[in-house]
Design a protein around this ligand. Sequence first.
Ligand code: NAD
Length: 362
Amino acid sequence: MNKTLNVALGNRAYPIYFKNSEISLRHTITELREAKREIRILTDVNLQESQSAYLKSVGFDIAEVIRLPAGEPTKSLNAYAQTLSYLAKENLNRDSVLFAFGGGVIGDLAGFVAASYLRGIDFYQIPTSLLAMVDSSVGGKTGINLPEGKNLVGAFWQPNAVFIDTTLLKSLPAQEFSAGMAEVIKYGLLADRALFETIESSDALTAESESLPAIIRRCCELKAHIVAQDETETAASNGRALLNLGHTFAHAIENAAGYGEYLHGEAVAVGLILATQLSVKLGQLEAAWVNRVHSLLENHALPVRLKSPLEIRVLMTAMQRDKKNRSGSLRFVTLETIGKAVTTEGLENAIIETLWKGVGAV
Ligand SMILES: NC(=O)c1ccc[n+]([C@@H]2O[C@H](COP(=O)([O-])OP(=O)(O)OC[C@H]3O[C@@H](n4cnc5c(N)ncnc54)[C@H](O)[C@@H]3O)[C@@H](O)[C@H]2O)c1
């Protein structure tokens, strides 16, 4: 169960290490040092506080750590520019290596810095949040937000390896754990009904749950498989875009509410409800599933409605700007059944507006 996974991407293939991943990490660091390659670790203030012992124990030097403020606002042009300038001032060359030690914010930013500094340097992911372990650290999507929209600037840049150590989750705040559960539930909905039902039939998962490492590994397996088929999301339909289940809605919520108001996973939870309702509206899915998805999200302390009213007009504008749209038409991921998602285009705006109303938009 705990064996290493391979992300099969030809000459950009890489391993995801699970059990005893810190041994593989220590080994990698030792090899890099032997090859006299400069190392830097991008992290945020929370991680440096809660996990500095881990950083030292695997062989990093605290002087190599670049520390940024925590949270979504750090995925910005400003933090990107500051990090690049720092690397340049330190005279880091093309053999230098960047490690991302953090959640999706640090992973996405570090990946984009690595993709663009000196036209690309090697980078490694050490995800520390549940969301980053099951989703953002795998697959090579990197980037930052603009005030105009989420993830509007970025690059596909695959890591050289991903090291997943679930013991790091012990210091993750409960609300952040819940946010990660939204992405876990997403995988069940879009690709694995048995996964959905396993989570549904047990108590709410926590960082201490015995079943958690296997569930995280299963999510990575599903993501690695989808990414290997459609690395840069260019398939005309389905493909990697299926991983965006709930995300067209979620990104609009994050943008309309202001980055940082919703944790990404919280916005995804509301997005999953909307995507499930849309699937029912289109006659693809049995109505009873809406309540099951609703209960599972609520059981993991996730929101199923907007926290406070947002304007439908603003949400619709944010959706139009979403980079997942094709040829001016809104693009959604819907469910044919639990465990089987499809991309859907050409829907009337009125259908979407009614759905927004149903979760408290005005
Ligand atoms: N690249 C992708 O494929 C992809 C996929 C999904 C989401 N994302 C992106 O990921 C981001 C969200 O990631 P996130 O939810 O991890 O947010 P995050 O990186 O902001 O981390 C959440 C919070 O938890 C803290 N934290 C993380 N790990 C911790 C630990 N072990 N102990 C204590 N505190 C810890 C962080 O400091 C932060 O305050 C969004 O920007 C989203 O767009 C990217």
